[in-house]
Design a protein. Structure first.
Length: 347
């Protein structure tokens, strides 16, 4: 689709073709030159480890067209480091932070006409994916790794205001094993979560709340997003606490990391630790966080074990709204980028 044909105000979170994707191969430990491609297909050996043994991981980040006319990419160095940790764990070639960031900058620049205008509330979603592309018959790492990045313009997550979602606790499926790949963005984690998510939808819930896979005692994640709760402590004069689970099987969300920093900047008490299910009773607000929506308020959590529903209000709570507004304002260059999170491009 040509950029002038795009209906910017009605974009969803979906794939729209853009003119260029960028690729780089690592062969026997050596990364090559960055290649620019127009075609959407990849030709790969049928014995590539990506197909057979799940040597794949991905990332997701966004670039924003800002009121000052510049383009800002949010915390791409953090995505680079997280992809390094996924690639290392899955024994693929590990791209340097510099290579990763150069590829992001290149793919955004080459597709700059596809960055939605500020007024539309949309953004350019960047999808890096890394796969074992070399052939291997036995369960061994591939000798060739492909790092590919494409982009797609996406609409604002919230067009009709921030509505809260419903979640159901799932004790019959885990998204990751206790000492497995949950802390990486390995593709297999997401294939493994599809049954659980679809069963949740069939029962009428928007999302699934996962518990720690070892004991099913602590909260882990909400779908493919991190979880947080807000507790306002009357004994401390109404001080607000931002509480988010810590566990080996949680994917370290960059949005969550940013919200923790902003919460601390606001003078909130930040707690990243194990969170027992019971503690849901003490939260006045709950939410999921990730790049796609920044914050999705959670209205209800249903526990099929005892039939109990935890309730956190219909829409977005005051603290969640304040955190959301600040993070979005930083991403658009509307308030000072005091932690140096943005890469500003003159495009
Ligand atoms: C990607 C992802 C998140 C969110 O991470 P962000 O860096 O904030 O986008 C959270 N949980 C899971 C399981 C994820 O895959």
């Amino acid at each position: 689709m040509k950029p002038e044909e795009i209906d910017w105000n009605n974009l969803k979170f979906g794939y729209t073709r853009t003119p260029v994707n960028v690729r780089c191969y690592c062969r026997d430990g050596q990364w090559g030159e960055i290649e620019e491609h127009a075609e959407e297909t990849v030709t790969m050996h049928m014995a590539a480890t990506a197909f057979h043994y799940g040597q794949t991981a991905f990332e997701g980040l966004k670039a924003f067209r800002c009121p000052d006319g510049k383009v800002r990419v949010f915390r791409m160095d953090e995505n680079a480091r997280r992809m390094q940790s996924s690639a290392e764990y899955l024994r693929m070639g590990v791209p340097s932070v510099e290579l990763f960031c150069e590829m992001v900058t290149r793919v955004v620049t080459l597709n700059k006409e596809y960055i939605p205008p500020y007024e539309s509330g949309g953004s350019l979603y960047i999808r890096p994916v890394i796969v074992g592309s070399g052939p291997q018959l036995g369960v061994k790492p591939a000798s060739e790794t492909l790092l590919l990045m494409f982009v797609s313009p996406v609409g604002p997550y919230y067009s009709g205001g921030m509505k809260g979602i419903s979640a159901i606790i799932d004790r019959t499926h885990d998204r990751a094993a206790p000492f497995g790949t949950g802390h990486t963005k390995a593709g297999g984690n997401y294939g493994a979560s599809l049954t659980s998510a679809l069963k949740g939808h069939e029962k009428g819930y928007d999302s699934v709340l996962y518990l720690d896979p070892a004991q099913h005692r602590y909260i882990d994640e909400c779908g493919a997003a991190n979880f947080f709760g807000i507790r306002v402590d009357a004994a401390e004069g109404g001080r607000a606490h931002y509480i988010t689970p810590a566990s080996h099987s949680i994917l370290p969300s960059i949005t969550n990391k940013s919200l923790r920093q902003i919460a601390a900047d606001f003078g909130m008490e930040v707690e990243a630790r194990q969170v027992e299910l019971d503690e849901l009773n003490t939260f006045s607000e709950a939410g999921c966080c990730g790049t796609a929506a920044v914050i999705t308020p959670v209205s209800t959590i249903f526990d099929p074990a005892d039939g109990k529903t935890y309730r956190f209000g219909e829409g977005v709570g005051p603290w969640s709204k304040k955190l959301y507004d600040e993070l979005v304002a930083i991403q658009h260059g509307e308030v000072e980028d005091r932690h140096g999170w943005n890469t500003v491009l003159d495009l």
